[in-house]
Ligand binder design. Structure first.
Ligand code: BGC
Length: 738
């Protein structure tokens, strides 16, 4: 048979597959991807692995050499990869990101629903809420014509100043992995691809394109990589986005250890690795290290995966088998998610269920709010006659985080002079006003002051029955915050107001942890994160008691930066891209967040897992048994208060003798349970054996040491309510924890 004939035959077979989805879906994604690649010409294979930036803005055409707007791409979006019509393979239309369908900077952004920040969703400690949010934003992506969502951000919070912490899921591998995994699963339930990103150790924005992170294999596997591993197992993301930074000397997107070894070999990832935009630095090194697709090539110094890759395959520097594998991984992802059989149909945004989606984001926000302090001020007293609301543009709406993940929503606004003119701006508020939400729920007179003049605000506050100060901290991609204080003199504003009236409630809208020099002088504090497009309603409902707060901190709030592994941030924003700054994550290794605080006996401002309720809960009957290679925990929870609410059961585990752990204890399991007053439930929770083990790099195994282990319940990482001890026999698990 001639080559052309073979090609025609296999193409015919493939188009039959493409034409009859029923027969096709009976075949595995693997078999279909193999057949597709066999039918592809070399040019088509190369086309699969080369991505375009899809924003035709003048700031881009003017600023980036060789920029070509792909005509079939969707305007103002992150990316586009052409399809192969004759083989039934759709184009890849890519959009950011984790809280909804984003738009790149544009005069005419698409208007969509935004979830609360990723960190907020993590604060719900509710995998079902995370799934529902993912399913909702994936639906809006599909109805906007996108079949690849650049979501699943989950670098662990090693640096509280990181400008992108709001996009991620906190500091704990289990919590972050479970929450992000469920978001990804929700997105992909729409038959579209989700990424998981930024792989890996992209924990600061300062010098993000160049910084070299030093981290040992063992510590890595027990921390950030474990988070990614959990999320991968739960969510099965069809794509992974490699990060900008270097790890142990090699760029993440040409890092054989991260891509070929850990992700593809050890975990068995079958999908494709796409680069972050501007994170591809070579042709041969990147392709051979495991990068499968160059994204938004206009951001790279050169179109590395275009002609240069063709030549590298011709001259044998990259094998034909490797190019076939790259193309196969991309199409496998499209078959496996259903993106081929259930293709997106362009812009159908007119059919979006706005009211339904508003409920989804509002529920997420309501569950994410963390009541940090309450000396009885909340919920707002029904008898209050005069309430003063101050600051945070609370008369208009709620803040969102900035950068490529920016979702624009109906009525969004940038206030004059606030935030940078360029990226990662615009500093955006959503039109969901906490003030209006409060006014609608109280008979009191509610007056607003913008908080710009602390003295005037304090004067107004004096004598009111209640004062609510809204304080904001805007964070965004590409910049870290200089410190953990609230910007723009807001600490002074809160102090002045609290001095004038003790009945002051502070509502924080922040990207991550902040310090609170005024804490002792205020009556209540609520952390509201960036609460999304229904955030104002959610805040009002929690303040007035329509909703009982149930969020718990997914991240430690340090008392000061001196307590953190790197009191001074490594790198310097002034360095150019030829510099080679370093940061050392072996300082804390796997002891991130509460683990570091535990190990060093440091007292944080607020610990991981902390959060109050308008009700009280009790746990009883804690027992634990060895179960397979891990453990099973049984515990009863009861609502002992007067109002319905949800509690988060946190199970921590700790070896009785030294077992070589990175820190005294780890979160082993958690569950969120809704309970009516007086109601109780008995929970059965499994502890993954990897959370009882240490990783051995030489043998690529996890070992649970024989010995006694404490199994504890806690209201937070520092408030243990009950302890039981179990004996575990020695267990050896493979690299996948089996
Ligand atoms: C960000 C990614 C994003 C990409 C495409 C990059 O700057 O780091 O998170 O997905 O842009 O917009």
């Amino acid at each position: 048979m001639t080559k052309t004939k073979r090609l025609l035959l296999s193409a015919a077979a493939l188009s039959m597959i493409a034409l009859s989805p029923l027969a096709a879906s009976a075949q595995t994604a693997d078999a279909r991807a193999d057949a597709a690649v066999k039918a592809m010409t070399q040019a088509e294979k190369l086309q699969m692995v080369f991505g375009y930036f899809s924003t035709n803005a003048t700031w881009m055409t003017g600023g980036t050499k060789n920029f070509i707007f792909p005509k079939e791409g969707l305007p103002d979006s992150a990316g586009y990869v052409p399809g192969i019509a004759r083989l039934g393979i759709p184009a890849q239309w890519e959009t950011d990101a984790g809280v909804g369908v984003a738009t790149q900077r544009s005069p005419t952004p698409r208007l969509r629903t935004a979830l609360p920040s990723g960190l907020a969703t993590s604060a719900t400690w509710n995998p079902d809420t995370a799934f529902a949010g993912g399913a909702m934003i994936g639906n809006e992506a599909r109805l906007s014509g996108f079949n690849v969502q650049l979501a699943g951000g989950m670098d662990l919070v090693r640096e509280p100043r990181n400008g992108r912490n709001f996009e991620y899921s906190g500091e704990d591998p289990l919590l972050a992995g479970v929450i992000t995994g469920n978001e990804i699963k929700g997105i992909q339930s729409n038959h579209i691809v989700s990424t998981m990103k930024h792989y890996a150790f992209n924990a600061q924005e300062t010098n993000r394109f160049t910084i070299d992170v030093k981290v040992g294999d063992k510590a890595a596997r027990e921390s950030d990589l474990l988070a990614f591993q959990f999320a991968y197992e739960i969510g099965q993301p069809a794509s992974v986005m490699c990060a900008y930074n270097r790890v142990n000397g090699a760029y993440s997107c040409e890092n054989d250890w991260l891509l070929n070894q850990v992700l593809k070999t050890d975990w068995g990832f079958k999908g494709y690795v796409m680069s972050d935009w501007g994170a591809t630095h070579s042709t041969v090194a990147a392709a051979n290290a495991g990068l499968d697709q160059e994204s938004g090539w206009a951001f790279d110094k050169s179109p590395y995966f275009a002609d240069a890759l063709k030549e590298a395959v011709n001259n044998g520097h990259v094998s034909q088998a490797r190019l076939d594998d790259m193309a196969k991984r991309v199409v496998w992802a499209l078959y496996a998610t259903g993106a081929v059989d259930d293709p997106v149909k362009g812009d159908q945004s007119a059919t979006i269920d706005w009211a339904g989606h508003a409920k989804v984001t509002q529920t997420d926000a309501e569950e994410s709010l963390v009541l940090l302090k309450n000396n009885g001020l909340l919920p707002l007293a029904k008898a209050a006659k005069k309430i003063v609301v101050i600051g945070g543009h609370a008369d208009f709406g709620v803040l969102s985080g900035g950068g490529s993940s920016q979702v624009y929503a109906e009525g969004w606004k940038r206030f004059d002079g606030e935030g940078p003119d360029g990226f990662p701006g615009p500093l955006t508020y959503y039109a969901s006003s906490p003030l209006k939400g409060i006014q609608a729920r109280t008979k009191a007179s509610v007056v607003f002051n913008d908080g710009k003049d602390p003295k005037a605000a304090a004067r107004l506050a004096r004598g009111a029955d209640m004062v609510i100060v809204f304080a904001t901290q805007w964070t965004g991609e590409s910049i870290d915050v200089p410190d953990l204080n609230l910007p723009d003199n807001q600490d002074a504003l809160i102090s002045a107001v609290a001095k004038a009236n003790k009945k002051t409630v502070v509502v924080l809208e922040t990207g991550g942890p902040v310090v609170m020099p005024w804490l002792a002088n205020v009556g209540a504090v609520v952390e509201a994160w960036y609460p999304g497009t229904s955030g104002g309603e959610a805040i009002a409902r929690v303040l007035t008691g329509e909703v009982n707060p149930s969020g718990r901190l997914p991240v430690t709030f340090p008392a000061s930066l001196d307590q953190t592994p790197r009191p001074k941030l490594d790198g310097d924003p002034k360095l150019d891209d030829d510099a080679h700054p370093h940061t050392d994550y072996d300082i804390e290794g796997a002891a991130i967040g509460y683990k570091w605080f535990d190990k060093k006996s440091l007292k944080p401002l607020f610990p991981f897992g902390y959060g109050l309720s308008y009700s009280t809960f009790a746990t009883s009957g804690l027992s634990a048994t060895a179960d397979g290679k891990g453990a099973k925990v049984s515990v009863s929870v009861k609502n002992t208060g007067k109002v319905a609410g949800s509690t988060v059961t946190q199970v921590y585990v700790s070896p009785a003798a030294d077992a070589g752990w990175e820190a005294p204890k780890r979160l082993g399991a958690f569950a969120k349970t809704a309970l009516n007053p007086g109601e109780s439930k008995t929970l059965s929770l499994g502890v993954d054996p990897r959370l009882l083990a240490t990783y051995d790099s030489a043998s690529k195994t996890w070992t649970v040491k024989a010995g006694d282990y404490k199994v504890m319940t806690g209201n937070s990482a520092t408030d243990i309510t009950a302890t039981t001890t179990i004996h575990l026999d020695q267990q050896t698990l493979d690299v996948r924890g089996k």
